[in-house]
Design a binder for this molecule. Sequence first.
Ligand code: FES
Length: 135
Amino acid sequence: MEDLYRENILDHYQNPRNQGTLEHPAISSQDSNPLCGDEVRIDLGLRDGVVQEVKFSGKGCAISQASASMLTEIIKGKTLDEVKNLSKQELLDEVGIPLGPARIKCALLPFKVLKAGVWGIGQVPEEDTEEWEVE
Ligand code: FES
């Protein structure tokens, strides 16, 4: 079963969905993983409070980039409130394989970027940021 998830990660890494940037994003957010410097940017296009378009760009390890690609698929068509309330677990379930603490940060880098974008920097609820606390 894990092999299937690994294949899925590799597929998203090699054939990223919704890669690129939007010319006039309603929301654009970008951040890096302080441990390695890898970066992710996410742009959202909204219509009537619904994510109509989403693009991601960046550079980084397979997990961070595949996770960003998966995240764009998860949120496309969702309302802004649904995106605000999206849990880490929904993304981690999609990634599907058990990850150690360092790899969890890779997988959640796009999540962190997205939440900062939809909530505003400094407004993200605590439960969405806890994996990022410095140990
Ligand atoms: Fe940098 Fe994964 S090693 S985000």
